[in-house]
Design a protein around this ligand. Structure first.
Ligand code: FAD
Length: 302
């Protein structure tokens, strides 16, 4: 009989770990300096790419563009621009794609976007717009040689009848030209691991990056999770219980929770991680350190 293997990949020297970081465009000058402080701290970890979100219904169109243009101008980072097609004509969306291209952006995270009245309401495509994320991907690919990343939902998208129907949508997005997916965040790794298994069984081979959200603020994260269809396990609530007025302990717990999650994923063979940074570097930097990443001095940042 063979001896059981109790070795853990996360306890060996971790090779080939790749990370990417997501930021949102800042609203004020103060938020802008906080963002750039975070970018400057995280850039030497040499992420595969950094992405900048596109506010609901295109509400941050100019700010998203300005952040991306600055990333191209002032850093060696590879920027990815989020883009949604909700509430916009094809012409308007195409103009944004051309502007990204002209600014030097070659990677788009293509999304349908939430319904205009918010998650949970009925999605109405714009009559003159791209009706689905698949149509958007085809439009982007017509306008240039862009790398296209899309979303994936391990616990299924709230509008989707079943997880299989959701995987059908992912398959259509891959057939339209998507070469990578980033998942909605999740707390129980089993959701992600089972999802990847089902996706592979359907013949989808693109990388499915787990989207990791460090819990900077439990209440806020739990409320956001409810809107996006991500489940919040009781054990997570228990870990943050009684800490509302104790930010220092909360931060330590947040670091422990995130460390447990990513190291368990490494033990299951995951090598690529996407971090929802919330424009804050500290926690993400620490988790990347645990993953074996060290600052490289060659990176030009800010
Ligand atoms: P899709 O994956 O295209 O579809 C979601 C669901 O809609 C499907 O599962 C299915 O139920 C239904 N559906 C779609 N097309 C079809 C079809 N052809 N036939 C049948 N059913 C269909 N939002 C923003 O506003 N800005 C952002 O920057 C942003 N970034 C995100 C990044 C990531 C990694 C993720 C996971 C989400 C992001 N979102 C963002 C949220 C996203 O816009 C919402 O979840 C939105 O409701 C769905 O967009 P999608 O592209 O994920 O949809």
């Amino acid at each position: 009989m063979m001896a059981p293997d109790f070795s853990r990949a996360s306890r060996s020297r971790m090779a080939d770990i790749r990370v990417s970081f997501e930021f949102f465009p800042p609203k004020t000058a103060e938020m802008e300096s906080a963002l750039w402080e975070s970018i400057t701290r995280l850039a030497p970890l040499e992420p595969s790419f950094v992405s900048v979100t596109y506010g609901a219904g295109g509400s941050t169109r100019e700010r998203t563009h300005a952040t991306l243009a600055r990333l191209v101008r002032e850093t060696d980072l590879k920027p990815a621009a989020h883009l949604t097609c909700v509430a916009a004509t094809r012409q308007e969306v195409d103009d944004v794609v051309r502007a990204y291209r002209d600014a030097g952006v070659r990677h788009i995270v293509a999304l349908r976007g939430d319904p205009v009245s918010g998650p949970g309401s009925v999605y109405e495509p714009h009559p003159g717009g791209y009706a689905t994320s698949t149509a958007l991907i085809e439009g982007i690919r017509r306008l240039g040689d862009f790398e296209v990343t899309v979303s994936a939902y391990p616990e299924k998208h709230p509008e989707s009848a079943t997880l299989d129907a959701d995987i059908d949508v992912l398959k259509a997005k891959v057939e339209a030209g998507a070469t990578r997916a980033i998942t909605q965040f999740f707390f129980d790794n089993v959701h992600y691991l089972r999802y990847v298994e089902r996706v592979r069984a359907r013949g989808i081979t693109i990388p499915i990056l787990p989207g990791i959200v460090p819990v900077q603020n439990y209440r806020q994260t739990a409320s956001f999770a409810r809107k996006t269809g991500a489940s919040v396990p009781q054990w997570l609530a228990d870990r943050f219980e009684g800490l509302d007025d104790d930010p220092a302990t909360r931060r330590l717990i947040a670091a422990a929770v995130a460390a447990e999650q990513v190291l368990d994923l490494v033990d299951h063979g995951v090598t690529d991680f996407h971090f929802y940074t919330m424009n804050k570097a500290d926690l993400v930097y620490a988790i990347c350190h645990l993953l074996g990443l060290r600052p490289q001095l060659t990176m030009r940042a800010a």
